[in-house]
Design a protein around this ligand. Structure first.
Ligand code: SAM
Length: 360
């Protein structure tokens, strides 16, 4: 039997012009939509790789021929890419068939306040793409062979400074979005950010809490970039950056931050990191866990896509609230049940080493 064609429906008796049209989607259309999503993502990569967003921003409305000349491409082939990006307003087409950068496309500029350029560029990077190409293998073997061949993603980044700079930019672009909400919370005297990247979250916390000091622990190369960033943040000398391994270098503090770190680790490694942090914590200190929570139901959530990326790069995954609760309690930590949703699909869970007092 052939698939039913999508058709427009309206309630009987309703005047057509008052009823929003509903398009029925068949199961085959749904599969087609999923396949198309992957193809459109490639169109986005090409648009960015060719430098189209900048050329459209600099020179404004232009024909496919003019843009093709500027980005050294073929006009008809480029027009196919541009047309694929029309419906999401990445580009818009004028009445005379010229192209302009659309509202969504503006976020592909490096200086946009919510730039998505590093997200697109990291997604298009050959290692990220290779990891996704080998996903079936990862699901079969439980290993991320593409990154394992380099000693893991972070060893690859050590050996490839340009990619490391892109990765740090990508993490910063995410962290900048969540930092204000996290910084508004109450913090104690010493904030320890383990695997704190280039320091954007720590800087935001220290700017908001003038009495607090901060310690960031990172791999040597990232630690160097974090020092350079923190020096420019108008937070005086209230910070220190330690180059080291977060499994072994956990300085004393009142607040410990683990942001987008645990999702890179399998349960055994995540459990031992949490246990090591717990051993350093005192009755008054808190752990701030920031990661995505996979919903228990079937609703769409960004965590599912990022879980696929974790699978490809680390053979790990995002976790549900219950999985985090099990990990945390297994390491002797008490998660506060009031979790905070943050931008970018992230969530914040705070934990203590003793149960919170009743009624708090
Ligand atoms: C996904 S990034 C998150 C960065 C930062 N917390 C943020 O949210 O923007 C994970 C960070 O953990 C660091 N990292 C991973 N394993 C580490 C280890 N064993 N010792 C020190 N840093 C580590 C990486 O260098 C990387 O910067």
């Amino acid at each position: 039997m052939s698939d039913p064609l999508p058709r427009r429906t309206r309630r009987p008796g309703s005047p057509a012009h008052l009823v929003p049209s509903v398009v029925e989607v068949s199961p085959a259309d749904t599969i087609q939509r999923i396949i198309a999503g992957g193809l459109l993502a490639r169109a986005l990569d090409v648009f960015v790789e060719l430098g189209c967003p900048q050329q459209l921003a600099i020179y404004g409305e232009q024909s496919a021929q003019e843009l093709a000349k500027r980005v050294r491409a073929q006009p008809r082939q480029l027009a196919t890419i541009l047309n694929a990006l029309l419906s999401d307003s990445i580009v818009n087409r004028t009445e005379i068939g010229h192209y302009v950068l659309g509202m969504t496309g503006q976020t592909l500029l490096a200086d946009h306040e919510n730039t998505m350029l590093p997200s697109v560029r990291i997604n298009a990077h050959r290692l990220w793409r290779a990891a996704m190409d080998e996903l079936t293998d990862t699901v079969r073997t439980g290993r991320a062979a593409v990154t394992d061949a380099h000693g893991g993603l972070y060893a690859y980044l050590e050996a490839h400074p340009e990619t490391a700079a892109l990765f740090d930019w990508y993490m910063e672009s995410r962290t900048r979005r969540i930092a204000p909400a996290v910084a508004r919370r109450e913090f104690g005297a010493t904030v320890v950010d383990l695997g704190g990247g280039t320091g954007h979250l720590l800087a935001a916390v220290l700017r908001a809490h003038r009495d607090a000091t901060g310690v960031l622990v990172e791999r040597e190369s990232v630690a160097r970039r974090a020092r350079a960033y923190l020096e420019e943040q108008n937070i005086g000398g209230r910070w220190e950056v330690l180059a080291g391994d977060i499994f072994h270098t956990i300085p004393p503090g009142t607040d410990y931050v683990l942001a987008s770190v645990l999702h890179n680790l399998d349960d055994a490694r995540a459990g031992s990191l949490l246990a090591a942090v717990r051993d350093t914590m005192t009755a008054d200190s808190r752990l701030w866990l920031i990661d995505m929570l996979t919903p228990g139901g079937s609703e769409p959530h960004p965590a599912h896509a990022i879980a696929l990326r974790m699978l490809g790069l680390f053979a790990t995954t995002e976790r549900t609230v219950q999985q985090y609760t099990d990990l945390l309690t297994g390491a002797g930590l008490w998660p506060d049940r009031r979790m905070q949703s943050l931008p970018w699909g992230l969530s914040l869970i705070t934990c203590t080493i003793a149960p919170p007092p009743a009624g708090s």
